[in-house]
Structure formats: C-alpha cells, structure tokens
Ligand binder design. Structure first.
Ligand code: BDP
Length: 700
C-alpha cells in the first residue's frame, strides 16, 4: 500500500449487512446523455462498485435500485418536477442526489445543471459509501461556495519544484505532449473528487518559455486530460515575456505594442485551449519583473493582461506578495500599503491573490489586513499546502486546522461577523468573482506528497475551497476514513492527533507570536541568530528583535503601527499586550523578559515551557500512532512512525536551539520542567544542511 490511491481507495465493504443494503439500493446504472465527463462519472462509480462489492454494476433502464446519472436537461419531465425546488438552490457546479419513487420503484438520482455537477455528485455518492453512511434515503443538495478553486504548482520547467518536498514535478514537460502519464488522469480524478477546478501548472517565479508555441502544445495536452474532470489550466505569466520572446524591446503595460503582444498571445493560447483559465502573476517581487519597472502601477499591469484574456472569459490572478523598494520598517505593512489605495480600479476579471497572513506562510500568523479592506476588489486567498516553514514533508502538520483559523477570523470591517471566509466567498461585499488558491505539496513521490499525512492537507484545502465554513475536524475524520479505516478506535484518536499537530508545530517552532525564525534560505530548522542577509526583512533577527530588554515586534503605535491596518475592535484590543491573545503576543508587542503573563509567570518562563509543551505534544503523537498498528497497512504505518521520530528529534532541536539563543538575552534560568539544551549555542549555529530538499527560488 503506497498511498498512491489517496482518499480514493475503494476498499471492499466487509460488513455484510451494510454491503447488502448498498447492493439493494444500487442494482443498475443508467447514464442519460453522452459526454467525457459523464463517462468519467460512470467509470468512477463502476470502479468503486467493483471494489466495494466485488461485482459489476450493470447498465439498466429501469427497476428497483436503479442509479440515474443525468444533467437536468436530459431528465424526463416527471423527474425534473421531483427536484424542481432543489434545482433552484444549486449553482452551475452544484448537484442533487435524491432517492425517488419511479413507477413503483425506488431509484437514486444524481443530477445537476452541468455534467461537471453530475461528476461531483458521483464522487459524493461514493464518499457516502466510503464513510459507511446510509444511502437508501438520500436528499443531498450541495454547491461550491467559491468559484475558482485552484492549485498553484511552483513547478519549474526543468521539473524541480520550488519549496517542493515530494520529488520532481509531476509534469513531464520533456515528454509532453505525446506521453500522457496515468498520473495525470489520477491527479484530475483526485482534484475533481474534492471539487478543485483549476490548476496553475507553473511556478510564480515564472519562465516565459511556457508561453512559446512549443510549450503551449504541451499545456494543451494536459488541458485535454483535465477537461472532463472540470479542471481548467492556468499559467504564470512572466511580465517581461514580450521582451524575452525577442519580439519587443519593452514590456511597458501602457505601450500599444505590448498590449497587442499579450492580446495575440492570449488568442494563440485560446485557439489551442478554448477553456484556458487565465494568468497568475507575481510582479515586482523577489526579482520578478513587473509594471513598476516602467513606473507603472499594479493596476496598469493587471488590467493590461485582463484585457487580453477578457474576450475569452479568462481571468488574471494578480499576487499581492510584493516588496517595496525602500528599506521597510515593517514587512507586514507592505502589501496593504501598496494595494489598498487601488481598491476599485482593477478590471472585473482580476482577482488580487493575498497570502493568508501578512508575512509569509508562517506556522501562525494573524489574518492579512487586506482582507475586508478592499471591498470593491475581489480578493483571492492564497494558502500554502506545501510545508515550507513547517518542517517540510518530514513533519506531520494537518494544515486545514491553520486554514480554518484564518477563515474564521473576524475582520470586523462591516461590524461583527465579517469573517475572512465571507471576504473570500464574496458575501461580505457582494463580489461577483471569487477564488482560493493552495500552493501544492505534490510531486512525483509514490504517494504524491512524501509524508502520508501531507495528503490530508491537499484534501482539506479542496474541502475548504468548496465550503470555507467546514470544520477542520470533520474534514480530518472524512479523510481518515477514506484513506485508512472506518474503525472508531482509529478515527477518533488520530483525528485528535491531526487537530493537535498544528498547535504542536507552533509551540516547538514559533510560540507566542514569534515568526520567521527559520534558518536561512531553505527555511528548515531553527535560525533565530541569522542576521546577515542583504535585505533586513529576510533576517530572523528583524522579526524577533530579541535583546537584553526583551523580545517581540512592536507593531503598535509606538512601533511600526501595522496594527492600524486592522479595523478598530482589533486595532484597539491588540494595542495593549494585556488584551492581545497570547498566540499573537510577540507578533504585536516587544516585551521585557520578565513581563507577567496571564498565568502569573514571566514571559521567559512561558516561552520556555511552551517550547517544551510542543515537544510533549509530539511525544503524544508518537504514542497515539504507535497504538494504531492494527488499523494501518505495514508500509504506511511504518513510514509515519519513522517520520514521527524525526519530528520528535527535531522538535527538541528547535526547543534547545531557540532557548539557548534567547537565553543569552534573557539571562534567566531555564525552568526546571524544561530539559537543559543538550549542546551549546555554537553547536546549533554550526549545523548545516547543504542538501536540504526543496528548490529555492532562482533569485536567491
Ligand atoms: C516565499 C518563498 C519563495 C516564493 C515566495 C512567493 O520562500 O520561494 O517564491 O514566497 O510566494 O514564501 O512568491
């Protein structure tokens, strides 16, 4: 059992009465209409059926237990009237699953406004069986709440993956378009099964070669594989492509020839790929060219590209992850300062893509202050599924817990209950276009993600993209049942392990609001001492600001005043350390080492004990997993067990390295309940990782 089948492993249903009840409900299948998507739906159900019951689901026209798959247009009038009111309640990708009476027979109907909706409904029916739910009396209606549910692959054309820890890129550019690997189909199935409907194939640190004829042909081949599964392809557009193509000597977005170049390029792509999604752009950030190179604004750049793809219904996802040219007082303020003044100026087919927090995919960040403050611009969420700052693919960290925390945060911009989820699904400001992106954690590893539990973060991203109000706990349970086992004695403790894993990593890496103290470049392991990088805001010391006086980043009025970018109830509440949630304490405040915490202990004491708690949490994760051997196949069980040992060792390394470093400033004793570091600070500083996995950006 390699894990290749992800959550789509259709295990034989061994409970005889359950299996019999399913067999009674499903005696034959009738697919009305004809399309590759409906064919994919039939195949998926048939394959699942084969594996669940060891028998074939036959084609049939009528009878008790008939399963009907049909686009609403194909339904006979009587059935259509049975689901009339449901139809009004779904959107173009939603679906209806209903148990109905037809000519005295009980039938199950999966229907939708589009064939893709039928496919989503088919995966849903399969899921119900994987979860061992009753299917004899179904009345399910469901629709995605966000329109563009997209994976971002940071994959380079040479097949390296920036910040990828699961092997090489799955896109075999060299052998495309001729070689279509089975993985491409399975990738599409997996994504469709959780409702992901778009994929950006290439790295945000872009290579303009992807826009040449030779590569467009390869992209087209992938688009054809994905189309039946409702997945649109997108590409990253390198802003200087008109220059690099050799066609022009400028990429100025207001230049007529440049505009025409992009229009022609869009026409060329759409001629090959009529449902091409559009472009994702990283501009004027970390060496990527952009409109600022020509004294133009982000609006000029985004709108120019938006005009090029608009005639084809394409969109532009313009990233807000930018660096200002000046020496920044506070990195956390930059995106807001640059973008908020542009609110309302972007074309209708532009989404501004914003990372969940204002720094960079840390184990914990408060939500990005842009959320809610650009009501006239659709903002797209960007989460990172790959664990760049969270222990790569060696640590078990269930990220949907982190995603959920951000989505649930209240921005207060329109009063209470103006959550980030409402910004993203467009309901807060009535945005027409909505989107969410996840930086993919997959590669050519046999199990796609390296760590077997990395799959759960991909899965959970898809589920939250479909419904940003779902609970991460429910998602964890679903994933465990579909991926490993339905046994309660397995699902309950391991759900708990997954939920706790996120807080554990925060505690052993960056407790109490610390952030960006990972080692240079590769971002693996502790590096709070790093201070030599050319831009100040790349250095950990810039973020923790530890000295004899204390520790933390003052973002209140007496400091960078980043806090004023948040709506009042937050700005006000967090302006005092006493009313700032402890999880964000050192994010917003610089405090003395003997600052008194809520529990009466000093800041130093709690910092040390929280690091220790992180280690103890991992110890608990190890114990929980070791009790699960009987429920998991040997290969996956042992892999997780070994990886957890690495995580345990490294959580201690984090604790010891950080406490040794910070102690030289605090001058205080490590509390008794926390073991003394095994080595001295020089030892931790001297550790090097010349072959740490994960390609770093080319600009580094
Ligand atoms: C940082 C990564 C870098 C990315 C950049 C981005 O270290 O590799 O290129 O984000 O999002 O987190 O553009």
């Amino acid at each position: 059992q390699t894990g290749y089948d992800l959550w789509l492993q259709y295990e034989e249903i061994s409970d005889a009465s359950l299996s019999q009840s399913y067999l009674n409900s499903l005696t034959g299948i009738k697919v009305m209409g004809n399309s590759p998507t409906l064919e994919a739906s039939r195949n998926e159900i048939s394959n699942a059926y084969d594996s669940f019951f060891n028998q074939e689901l036959k084609n049939a026209n009528s009878g008790d237990g008939l399963l009907i798959l049909a686009n609403i247009d194909q339904l006979p009038a009587n059935m259509r009237s049975d689901v009339k009111s449901d139809i009004e309640n779904i959107n173009s990708e939603g679906y209806i699953i209903r148990s109905l009476e037809q000519n005295g027979n009980k039938v199950t109907l999966i229907t939708a406004k589009t064939d893709i909706g039928v496919l989503y409904g088919s995966f849903r029916l399969i899921k119900e069986m994987q979860l061992h739910n009753d299917i004899s009396n179904l009345a399910i209606i469901d629709s995605p709440k966000i329109q563009k549910r997209v994976l971002n692959h940071w994959d380079n054309l040479d097949r390296t993956v920036e910040r990828g820890y699961a092997g090489f890129s799955i896109w075999d550019w060299h052998l495309l378009p001729e070689l279509i690997k089975p993985e491409y189909v399975d990738y599409a199935r997996a994504n469709a099964s959780i409702g992901i409907n778009g994929t950006v194939l290439t790295n945000v640190n872009a290579n303009s070669l992807i826009l040449t004829e030779q590569y467009i042909e390869k992209v087209k081949a992938l688009a054809e594989v994905f189309r039946p599964y409702g997945i649109q392809v997108y590409l990253t557009a390198r802003f200087s492509a008109p220059l690099e193509s050799g066609d022009l000597d400028t990429a100025d977005p207001l230049n007529t020839e440049v505009k025409q170049w992009w229009k022609d390029k869009a026409d060329e792509i759409y001629a090959e790929i009529p449902d091409f999604g559009g472009f994702l752009v990283k501009a004027n950030s970390e060496g990527q060219p952009g409109p600022n190179n020509y004294d133009r604004t982000h609006v000029d750049g985004a709108n120019m590209l938006a005009e090029a793809v608009a005639p084809h219904n394409g969109i532009v996802m313009w990233r807000a992850f930018v660096y200002s040219e000046d020496d920044p007082e506070d990195r956390a303020k930059q995106a807001y300062s640059e973008f908020v003044p542009f609110d309302g100026q972007f074309k209708d087919n532009v989404l501004v893509q914003v990372k969940n927090g204002p720094i960079d995919f840390q184990p914990r960040e408060p939500f990005h202050p842009m959320f809610g403050t650009m009501p006239n611009t659709p903002l797209m969420m960007e989460f990172q599924i790959t664990q760049e700052y969270l222990g790569f693919a060696s640590h078990l960290v269930y990220l949907p817990k982190l995603f959920e925390e951000t989505l649930e945060e209240d921005t207060y911009v329109n009063g209470e209950n103006s959550t980030v989820a409402k910004v993203i699904d467009g309901s807060l400001s009535n945005n027409k276009l909505t989107g969410i992106a996840g930086v993919a954690n997959i590669g050519s590893a046999k199990n796609w993600t390296g760590h077997p539990f990395g799959q759960s973060s991909w899965y959970g991203f898809g589920r939250l993209a479909w419904d940003p109000y779902m609970s991460s706990e429910e998602i964890a349970e679903e994933w465990l049942k579909r991926t490993f086992s339905n046994e309660e004695a397995f699902v309950d403790p391991v759900t708990d392990l997954m939920i706790k894993s996120r807080e554990a990593v925060v505690k052993y890496m960056t407790p109490l609001g610390l952030h960006h103290i990972m080692d240079t470049g590769h971002h693996y392991g502790p590096g709070p001492w790093v201070s030599s990088l050319s831009r100040p805001e790349w250095n950990p010391v810039y973020y923790h600001k530890a000295d004899e006086e204390g520790i933390g980043f003052d973002r209140t009025q007496s400091g960078s005043d980043a806090l004023s970018q948040y709506a009042d109830p937050i700005a006000e509440k967090y302006s005092s350390p006493k009313t700032t949630p402890e999880k964000y304490l050192l994010w917003f405040h610089h405090l003395p080492w003997d600052y008194e915490m809520d529990n009466g202990e000093t800041l130093w004491h709690n910092l040390a004990t929280t690091y220790q708690e992180g280690v103890e949490d991992v110890e608990e994760m190890v114990d929980t997993w070791n009790n699960m051997e009987e429920y998991v196949d040997k290969e996956r069980f042992e892999k997780v067990a070994m990886l957890l040992q690495i995580q345990l060792k490294e959580s201690k390394w984090w604790r010891d390295a950080c406490l040794s470093y910070f102690q030289q400033f605090s001058g205080m004793e490590i509390p008794e309940s926390v073991p003394q570091p095994e080595h001295d600070l020089e030892y931790y500083k001297s550790l090097e990782f010349p072959f740490a996995p994960g390609i770093r950006p080319s600009w580094e």
